[in-house]
Design a protein around this ligand. Structure first.
Ligand SMILES: Nc1nc2c(ncn2[C@@H]2O[C@H](COP(=O)(O)OP(=O)(O)OP(=O)(O)O)[C@@H](O)[C@H]2O)c(=O)[nH]1
Ligand SMILES: [Mg+2]
Length: 444
């Protein structure tokens, strides 16, 4: 498959819609417009209403708008065309059938438009990742974070750090070049101080690193507890849908069920799990194992109990947890005076049946979520790739700070600079690019 091909894809959503946008990028765009519409493209970026024909059969495909973007002022940096046609499946299929009939024209691979934009210097790698995140953003925080990456807010910081490293590198190299016999065996003081400041900034940035990832991937909240305390009922009431089966038989839930919620603009992935007890049979044993795994992987654990069964023993038996625990008592409609006592002691008491206390629980959930993710000024790394590159760079900076041999020290600083270059995409390896763009949808 040649990167010089003209590619096309349905860039709007699949299925029936009022309008569908089919995009093309590559050298054949003008010829295709001429052959399909009978006219050369209109002025750049101006919509023109045209009737589209298949040039081989001369049959009409549809009537629609044609917009031409000559190179290099386009998304990909290549010549591009957009056909805005009626959004019926038959229309887009017919248009695709016609386009494929041109030599050197083929359907785009996932992310191929964005990959071309990157390769033509239209966007950096972090911006490309921001674009992918913006397309899949489900919540307000995800949208804001993705937009910040797309607009260069995040990579501006890394680019500035890289420039600082290059300046520090130059100071060292000058020192090596000009000091002849008199090479000091430790870093020159001034350069060392600047490197140390930079390493501190990178370290504190990394300390906040999982916040960006939490916004992107969602905060995992697991409901854990003994059987029959109302875990599935709680999931259903929070999801406002009948997702999980609820019965009065202990041991109803076996698989881990999940629903996605928007809590104050953050994506929360809520898990319902099997009640933890001594298992009856292999199916329940597996269910309980999965429940424990969900708890260990969660950022927040709702430890649910009712009057008949507490949750402390279960939580202790889960092993080391990375999430915080939020104890909640359910079935207060049955508990009467005992529930009053829980509330009096500041505990959370709810009824998944009547809905009482659910608002308070949601407020607590939202408070816990806010503690985990930033609500404003989002400018954090959001992917393992970004974190790995920044960690690599920081490690090399720290090595340089303690390296007595000047030549090796310069090597470390150069390594740190290159790691930042890879992070923003100034230096790129083909396999890294492939894995980034494979995540994209077709047509972007
Ligand atoms: N009165 C009352 N009953 C409840 C409440 N919440 C759940 N129940 C009932 O408790 C029983 C068990 O509810 P589930 O939601 O299936 O409990 P679970 O914890 O998911 O149970 P397992 O899946 O078996 O672990 C059902 O009969 C529910 O109707 C509540 O707040 N008040
Ligand atoms: Mg259940």
């Amino acid at each position: 498959m040649s990167s010089g091909d003209t590619i096309f894809a349905l860039s709007s959503g699949h299925g029936r819609a009022a309008i569908a946008v089919v995009r093309l990028s590559g050298p054949k765009c003008s010829c295709i417009v001429l052959d399909i519409t009978g006219d050369p493209p209109n002025l750049p970026r101006r919509a023109a209403l045209r009737v589209l024909h298949d040039p081989k059969t001369d049959k009409i495909i549809d009537q629609g708008l044609v917009i031409w973007f000559p190179a290099p002022a386009s998304f990909t940096g290549e010549e591009m065309v957009e056909f805005h046609v009626h959004g019926g499946i038959a229309v887009t299929t017919a248009l695709a059938g016609t386009l494929i009939g041109f030599e050197g024209v083929r359907p785009a691979e996932p992310g191929e438009f964005s990959k071309r934009a990157y390769l033509n210097g239209k966007m950096g790698l972090v911006e490309v990742e921001g674009l992918a995140d913006l397309i899949s953003a489900e919540t307000e925080l995800q949208r804001l974070q993705a937009l910040d990456q797309l607009q260069g807010g995040v990579s501006a910081k890394f680019l500035a750090w890289r420039l600082e490293l290059i300046a520090i590198l130059a100071m060292f190299e000058a020192d090596i070049d000009f000091s002849d016999q008199d090479v000091p065996d430790t870093l020159p003081k001034h350069a060392r101080a600047r490197l140390s400041l930079l390493a501190d900034a990178a370290a504190s940035f990394l300390a906040n690193e999982n916040r960006g990832e939490l916004v992107r991937q969602g905060i995992r909240v697991a409901i854990i507890g003994p059987p029959n305390v109302g875990k599935s009922s709680l999931l259903n009431i929070l999801a406002k849908r009948d997702v999980a089966i609820v019965t009065d038989r202990p041991g109803t839930t076996r698989d881990v069920l999940e629903v996605r919620l928007d809590v104050d603009g953050a994506l929360v992935i809520l898990f319902d799990t099997a009640g933890v007890r001594t298992p009856v049979g292999p199916v329940e044993r597996e269910g309980i194992e999965r429940a424990k795994r969900a708890a260990r992987e969660a950022d927040l654990i709702v430890a649910l109990s009712d009057e008949s069964e507490g949750c402390e023993k279960i939580v202790k038996g889960l092993g080391p947890l990375r999430g915080t625990i939020l104890p909640v008592t359910n079935k207060i409609d049955l508990l009467g005076a005992a529930a009053q006592e829980v509330v009096r002691q500041g505990g959370l008491a709810i009824s998944a049946k009547t809905g009482s206390g659910i608002d308070t629980l949601l407020r607590e959930l939202s408070r816990a979520v806010r503690a985990l993710v930033p609500q404003s000024g989002i400018s954090a790394i959001s992917r393992p790739r970004q974190r790995a590159a920044l960690e690599e760079s920081l490690k090399a900076m720290n090595r340089a700070l303690v390296q007595p041999d000047m030549v090796l020290c310069v090597e470390d600083i150069r390594f740190a600079t290159n790691a930042l270059g890879r992070l923003v995409g100034l230096i790129s390896a083909e396999e890294v690019l492939d894995s980034i763009f494979a995540d994209f949808c077709i047509g972007k």
